[in-house]
Ligand binder design. Sequence first.
Ligand code: HEM
Length: 414
Amino acid sequence: MATPDPRGDIFIQPAAYADQEVWHATAAELRREAPVLRVEEEGYTPFWAVTRHEDVFRVARDNEHFLNTRNSVLGPDAQFEFLGTLGIEPSTLIHMDGEEHEGHRALANDWFRPRAVAKRQEAIDQIATEFVERFRASGGACDFAQDIAVPYTLRVIMSIFGIPQADEPTMLKLTQGMFGAADPEYLGDLSDPITLLTDTIRQFDEYFQGLSDERRAHPTDDLATVIATGEVGGCPMDHHATLWYFTIVATAGHDTTSFALSGGLEALLRRQDQVTLLRDDPSLINNAVDEMIRWTSPVRHFLRYLTEPAVLSGVEVPAGDRLLLSYPSANRDERMFEDPMGFDVTRTNANRMIAFGGGEHFCLGSTFARRELRTILPKLLEATERIELAGEPEWAQANFVGGVKHLPVAATFH
Ligand code: HEM
């Protein structure tokens, strides 16, 4: 067997993502030299890392030949075996295919359609204003990631869910336990990432069980009631399916968006000419938001499994093997984006970014995510005369969902 290519480490090692320059330089090399790279690492079932936009796009959209199955996020095999023995292996929308997926997705779909999201604009406006004012009240200096981006995006999704503000810190802690298990900052006193993960899943289970019981007894007009009382194919969801439905909506809904906001703002503030462009022409905001999402690509991968052999960028991949779709790499592909390492709010094809995936699993919350950024960004620019970095940002160590976790900024307010 050929010697494994060490460049495959960038997809596995959580710390690799914390050094973005090296990460993107390596990914660019792979796009040129080995766009579909077989990655072998002890303890992991081998996979093929797909790094070009064209290939990621093709695989994401073809849900017949590339399945999600039960294991669509990378992790050590031992972790999944362990979760399996405990009977708590993940089973969310992103782990399903075909009719099972369609039935489950239909349950919450209406809540995420553009028209439904538009109805929430007033509430999002209010929350965004509250956080910009909180920034002003802080004397114009804060850790934008922790003080604004995280609680803002959390508040928006929890308000749709119907989860009380008092429980937001719990949701935050649990999401970080789920996505940031490898980051020493979140590991705390716990001995290892698997313990943190199992602990987190247990706590989510307990919390959502209580919430479900409550909503079944007293239904209200919120997403929690829809999930708690939801039926798929005419039958109520079982305990496991309900738990994971709650979990995916609770976790996918804010960490992703907050990383897009914190990392996007970092990119913007490093280029004050871009800030000026936005201040001069606010109609660029929507495009700027897509550029921020392209630039940050907070979801680093999902996996797909081949139902039959396929050829991608000239590489033959056998049936049954798994592909890792690298969204951050695809979003910096020079075949799709001119000067991909540049951050440009006027980029004409920023909306070709593939950070939300594609096909049947296309991000359920993309309209919310875009709207949250489109709402707070102009408010921030309007309220300030100047806003700039006030220290070195710090990146999360995570190979699934991650980005800038600390962003010191300073602003002069009007
Ligand atoms: C910038 C922010 C976000 C990014 C980059 C992002 C990215 C993604 C990606 C890449 C996928 C998988 C797509 C695929 O497999 O083709 C996904 C799925 C999903 N996202 Fe997001 N997401 C974001 C925000 C949100 C928000 C705000 C929610 C709200 C709850 C959300 C909920 C979901 C759900 C439920 C799925 C599973 C959909 C399915 O499998 O049918 N996401 N997201």
